[in-house]
Design a protein around this ligand. Structure first.
Ligand SMILES: NC(=O)C1=CN([C@@H]2O[C@H](COP(=O)(O)OP(=O)(O)OC[C@H]3O[C@@H](n4cnc5c(N)ncnc54)[C@H](O)[C@@H]3O)[C@@H](O)[C@H]2O)[C@@H](O)CC1
Ligand SMILES: [K+]
Length: 509
């Protein structure tokens, strides 16, 4: 799914109106119906609803939503915020204003003194500003937004919280802090920037039938990975294959007290389709690995406690290094040797990233299309500090372009940046996955997928998605609180089968 900018969204609206063709008032009705359809699945008719409307098209949606909900026996009241009494609203706002049934209580606010401290109702639908916001909110609008935020009601924003810009971090001035945003057609970049979280809440995108041809033609540097994208990517395991065809993977890592990390990576790698896995560990890890992961072969380092040398690296389709590695001088030496020699697709994680951050010469040794999987602190060590999430995103894009690598920046909506400067935001995962070892599991998955012959870009997007989906399936059964990294591995098979089952069902039709 592409993420379009506010001007592109406006153009998509206009293109759809002209080419479908559909009257703009009918498109507004379609959008409002899509909102109501989802809203009514969540909230019953017992709730008292206040719909706060501006006088643009977002407010027009609000009025249409009021009419639709009222016809379904919801108790709704409408509040129109109009600082200038004489100023007309947008054409479609005015049409919906005239269509508002008399039974719906309607209040118009023109002055700060008319704004209560807070609104007393069960639910507030926020339809003051949408994608047309062009400057930070002030004056009367600011008073109303404060009153919305003061209220005890559940707040649901139409399209985007009023006061929040679609394409950037939160501006100065008050912004609605909704529990939920029901947004039209495509996710907005603002939803994916962690510091905007209070101004987004849970969010859901509903289809309003904007032109798919127009959207397909738009250039966008940011994408949101949906399950249908993943279905297209996932490959069937060929019938005439043996463990050699599926790729040989090599994992390097572990140190005294951190062998668990490489155990987790190894198990996840095998669960992600690698045909053959060799894991190279310091001697202290030998028995642990052989016992915990009987399916993998183990080679041991000359050192008992740390990785100090390279195993043979030829004949592997993928190499993953880093989990549990430590930052010893001897491990640095082994990493440098690896980077000098390596021709294979690679995943670099954890302490291997820290070593690269501490030793500038290593960055230039990274082969093109290497996947690095930092969490934000590791990325900061690698690329330097940032002021806000938007700057961080630019930094990530630039780093990928400059060094021709993929950065998998871990967090809610993990973002994958590519050497072309594109960013793919993940749509799976939950807070329960913020737990020790979760990253080691991801490294194993990515290495496994690379060894299966997926390109670095596909492996990164698919691997991050599957990791999150396995975590979601695990959390469904076990809850987020108790989730541990091993659970993610245990649910990986369910994640793969759930996607491929749907995929092949579709193919059969
Ligand atoms: N036909 C269409 O174009 C469709 C539009 N839709 C709705 O329309 C919304 C966009 O509507 P609009 O473009 O009319 O814009 P908004 O309704 O978001 O804002 C209305 C107007 O307020 C003014 N404004 C911006 N920032 C302000 C500020 N800080 N203080 C005071 N005034 C400010 C601008 O002139 C803006 O056009 C979408 O978010 C969506 O809800 C949907 O109905 C789908 C179809
Ligand atoms: K809104």
């Amino acid at each position: 799914m592409k993420i379009l900018s506010a001007p592109q969204i406006r153009q998509a609206d206009a293109y759809t109106i002209e080419h479908e063709p559909i009257a703009s008032i009918d498109l507004m009705e379609r959008a409002s119906n899509a909102f109501v359809d989802y809203f009514t699945r969540l909230f019953g008719t017992k709730n008292k609803i206040l719909i706060c409307c501006g006088t643009g098209n977002n407010g027009g949606d609000g009025l249409a939503i009021a009419r639709l909900l009222s016809s379904m026996n919801y108790e709704v009241a409408v509040l129109v915020v109009r600082p200038n009494k004489e100023a007309p609203g947008s054409a479609d706002f005015e049409i919906n204003y005239r269509l508002l049934p008399g039974i719906i209580p309607l209040t118009e606010i023109n002055d700060n003194t008319q704004v209560p401290e807070k609104f007393n109702t069960d639910i507030i639908i926020d339809a003051i500003f949408g994608s047309g916001l062009s400057r930070p909110v002030e004056g009367l609008y600011a008073f109303v937004i404060r009153a919305i935020n003061q209220s005890q009601a559940e707040v649901v924003s139409v399209d985007i919280a009023s006061g929040l810009f679609c394409d950037t971090i939160a501006a100065e001035g008050p912004i609605v802090t909704p529990h939920m945003t029901i947004s039209f057609q495509l996710p907005k970049l603002a939803f994916l920037l962690p510091e905007n979280d209070p101004f987004v809440g849970e969010w859901k995108v509903v289809d309003i039938g904007l032109s798919s041809d127009f959207i397909a033609d738009q250039k966008s540097k940011s994408h949101y990975v949906s399950s249908s994208d993943i279905k297209k990517m996932l490959r069937r395991r060929e019938k005439y294959s043996h463990k050699g065809t599926f790729g040989r993977a090599l994992l390097i890592g572990g140190s005294y007290g951190k062998i668990g990390a490489i155990v987790l990576s190894s198990r996840a790698c095998l669960r992600s389709g690698a045909g053959l896995l060799i894991t190279h560990v310091p001697q202290c890890g030998y028995e642990v690995l052989q016992t915990a992961v009987p399916e993998c072969m183990v080679t041991t380092d000359a050192s008992f406690e740390y990785i100090s040398e390279l195993p043979t690296i030829q004949n592997y389709q993928a190499i993953g290094i880093g989990p549990g590695l430590g930052v010893q001088e001897m491990s640095l030496k082994a990493l440098r040797e690896l980077l000098k020699d390596v021709k294979n697709p690679m995943v670099i994680d954890a302490d291997a990233i820290n070593l690269i951050a501490q030793n500038d010469d290593l960055i230039d040794l990274l082969p093109a299309n290497t996947i690095l999987t930092p969490h934000p602190k590791e990325f900061e060590r690698l690329a330097g500090p940032w002021e806000n999430d938007l700057e961080r995103l630019d930094l990530q894009r630039e780093f990928s372009k400059k060094h021709e690598v993929l950065i998998v920046l871990k967090g809610a909506h993990t973002s994958v940046s590519t050497p072309e400067g594109r960013v793919y935001f993940n749509s799976t995962g939950n807070p329960g996955m913020a737990t020790a070892g979760s990253g080691d599991v991801l490294t194993g998955i990515l290495t496994g997928l690379l060894s299966r012959g997926y390109s670095a870009r596909k492996a990164a997007i698919l691997g991050v998605y599957m990791h999150g989906l396995a975590g979601d399936l695990a959390a469904e059964k076990l809850g987020e609180e108790s989730l541990i990294a091993s659970d993610i591995i245990d649910y990986l098979p369910h994640a793969f089968t759930s996607v491929s089952a749907e995929k092949y069902l579709i193919k059969k039709k």
